[in-house]
Design a protein around this ligand. Structure first.
Ligand code: ADP
Length: 505
């Protein structure tokens, strides 16, 4: 078999065939994005490609992608996928990330030609089980038909979590997959893909699996649980979060099965795509700058103040910023508790986000009450997100829990000093600033309370008054390096461990 041949070859010091990886993700930046998963799927495969892997991505051919300005070609006509009782046939298209990593786009108009990726404000799309069973099984059928037989299928989040289950059940006897191992990455354990039991037949999985030891979960189907049980290796997006999810507090009901699989569970920090998120190359900001030439940041602050119609006096005052989905996870209730006090302080406040209706409303009201002081935009705007990073002095991220978090790492590179809750990836990426040593990159608070949060804001504002110290902390953050290469190397190690399990099978 290929994997054996490769290993023998390696032992003999020959030329090693590249590791073949199929990377399955429900959103990939810049094609389609609702959050950090897209950032990861748009960057990690490129880093793995640069390490010599033959990696290809599979994702749905959503309406936004069709309507976007991408170079897309038909790649394969007619893959057939069994979804429940239906045999569905459609085509696979192809585009490339950075002109080198193929992205296979699974067409199925009745599933993916919609305004949103997963649902509307009223909830999930009614047929999400069908939509993601089609993607998961379709990916396997595509491999068989195209003869791209991966050593690793890297499945991301619940949308792809049935693939490890399929490999060990419906496709168990498929000789071409004998050496294919699966890796599941959990980007956020809160999203598990839980659906009513009457949808189970859509998955095509055997009835014996629908038990509490299998993929049944309190009377429902749980996609992610299936992935955790069956994947050859499991990763999540920071070391701290990999420990946290094994506890009842952060485990969302899956902590016991994660503890059972802790020998195969790895925490690998996400990286930053510095070709996109770095003020020295960013096309969206008013003036480029870097750690040795900070003056451009002033022009960016001015640009932000103008863009959000804030009073020009805020040019000379600290600006605190938030860019976030407006959800409970992100600490919006804490922000709500402190926002009035913040409005009484001599600072500017910027927020870009959308999410739960109650938070959209709450911050909309703050905007109307504090015109000129609060630059609040309820919505999604990538260009503005870049401008805010470049113009802000302080970046707030009071998350209740945070698997990794990317925006605090972006903020570091843009010299916006993060104030974060000490949890998950925020703990792993931000070092508390210690004035005595001049080391550290931000401010952290542990207690999930408005008073602890406000105390850190006041500490930061006090430091802001000391220009030397402030420049020090800004520069410390800008020098921090979270490039993808290091993380990609860690994924390679996990792939090797996962592959080893299939060679033992
Ligand atoms: P999560 O994936 O939990 O939403 P992350 O910090 O990992 O959080 O990633 C969020 C990504 O989405 C970042 O790239 C951030 O800039 C972007 N983002 C979040 N909200 C908005 C918004 N309202 N407008 C533009 N970009 C946003």
């Amino acid at each position: 078999m290929l994997a054996d041949l490769k290993r023998d070859f390696e032992n003999e010091g020959g030329i090693v065939a590249p590791l073949k990886i199929l990377f399955l993700a429900s959103e990939v930046d810049p094609l389609a994005k609702t959050g950090g998963l897209a950032d990861v799927a748009g960057a990690l495969p490129i880093a793995l490609h640069e390490l010599g892997c033959d990696i290809r991505i599979a994702t749905p051919f959503y309406r936004h992608i069709k309507e976007g300005n991408f170079d897309i070609e038909l790649f394969m006509k007619g893959i057939t996928v069994q979804v429940g009782r239906l045999r569905l046939t459609d085509d696979v298209y192809c585009t490339y990330l950075n002109k080198k990593v193929p992205v296979y786009l699974f067409n199925k108009e009745e599933f993916y030609d919609r305004n949103q990726l997963y649902g509307t404000h009223n909830g999930d799309y009614f047929d999400n089980v069908e939509r993601f069973v089609y993607l998961s099984k379709g990916a396997l059928e595509f491999c068989l038909k195209s003869e791209f037989i991966p050593d690793i299928i890297h499945c991301n989040d619940w949308h792809a979590a049935l693939v490890p289950v399929y490999l060990k059940t419906l496709y168990k006897e498929e000789p071409l997959f004998k050496r294919t191992a699966s890796v599941l990455t959990i980007h956020n354990l809160a999203y598990q893909g839980i659906y009513p039991p009457d949808e189970y037949s859509v998955t095509g999985l055997p009835n014996e699996l629908y038990t509490p030891e299998g993929i049944e979960f309190w009377g429902n189907i749980n996609f992610l649980k299936g992935g955790i049980l069956f994947a050859d290796a499991i990763t999540t997006v920071s070391k701290r979060y990999s420990h946290e999810i094994q506890s009842p507090e952060f485990g969302f009901g899956l902590d016991d099965i994660l503890r059972n699989r802790r020998a195969d569970l790895y925490g690998i920090l996400n990286g930053v795509k510095y070709s996109v998120w770095d003020p020295s190359v960013d096309p969206f900001i008013a003036k480029k700058y870097d750690v040795s030439h900070l003056s451009g940041k002033k022009a960016c602050k001015k640009d932000l103040v103008n863009a959000l119609h804030m009073d020009p006096s805020y040019m000379n005052k600290p600006i605190l910023a938030v860019i976030s989905r407006l959800t409970e996870q992100k600490g919006c209730d804490l922000l709500g508790e402190i926002v009035n006090e913040l409005m009484r302080m001599d600072v500017g406040f910027v927020l870009l986000g959308e999410g739960e209706r109650k938070y959209n409303k709450m911050f909309g009201a703050v905007r109307r009450e504090h015109i000129g002081k609060a630059g609040i935009i309820i919505g999604y705007n990538n260009q503005l997100a870049h401008k805010i990073m470049a113009g802000a002095d302080i970046f707030l991220m009071p998350s209740r829990y945070e698997p990794c978090g990317l925006t605090q790492m972006y903020a570091l590179r843009y010299g916006a000093v993060p104030i974060v809750r000490d949890t998950g990836g925020l703990s792993d990426t931000i070092q508390e600033f210690v004035p005595e040593t001049g080391k550290g990159t931000g401010f952290k608070f542990l207690d999930y309370s408005a008073s602890s949060f406000m105390e850190e804001i006041k500490n930061a504002l006090q430091l802001f008054e000391n220009k030397n110290m402030w420049t020090r902390i800004v520069k410390n953050g800008m020098k921090a390096d979270f490039s993808w290469k290091r993380s990609a190397q860690k994924y390679l190690e996990v792939y090797k461990k996962a592959s080893a399990t299939t060679s033992l099978a």
